[in-house]
Design a protein around this ligand. Structure first.
Ligand code: FES
Length: 151
């Protein structure tokens, strides 16, 4: 099976029925993508697939055939949302952070393309991040960071 991960062509004979998160973490060593609930409800395993955020814990690896996957490593620390997370101290333990950052990067890019450098407001950001759980409750810092990265 062939795919592209963070801009690099990858060929793999991984189990096509195994969750994609296993290929990313165990097969490719991209451990920024976290596995928490394993049930598609917490968002920790979020990656971009052809630019759209999705949970990699329930997605069979076979579904990545021919697709482009971006993990948090692929953002390379250079996305505005990553700098905003650092500036706003938008984390506590950090386990959920990669999933939030990947989701937020897609949201910020989409928002800025559609609206320009405009603060989306707390409600829009909270809605966009609704698929992510932070057990530490660092939501206010996370929302502030995403709003700052948009504006
Ligand atoms: Fe995939 Fe929680 S580990 S959504």
């Amino acid at each position: 099976m062939d795919l592209n991960v963070n801009g690099v062509p990858v060929s793999t004979d991984s189990d096509p029925d195994a969750p994609a998160v296993e290929l990313l973490r165990d097969g490719l060593g991209l451990t920024g993508t976290k596995l928490a609930c394993g049930n598609g409800v917490c968002g920790a395993c979020t990656v971009l697939i052809d630019g759209a955020p999705g949970a990699s814990c329930l997605l069979p690896t076979a579904h990545l055939e021919g697709r482009s996957v971006t993990t948090v490593e692929g953002l390379d620390g250079a996305h505005p949302v990553q700098r905003a997370f650092a500036a706003h101290d938008a984390m506590q333990c950090g386990y959920c952070t990669p999933g939030f950052v990947v989701e937020a990067a897609a949201f910020v890019d989409r928002w800025r393309a559609e609206h320009g450098d405009v603060d989306p407001g707390r409600a829009a950001v909270a809605t966009a991040m609704a698929g992510h759980l932070c057990r530490c409750g660092a939501y206010e810092g996370i929302y502030a960071a995403v709003r700052a990265a948009c504006a």
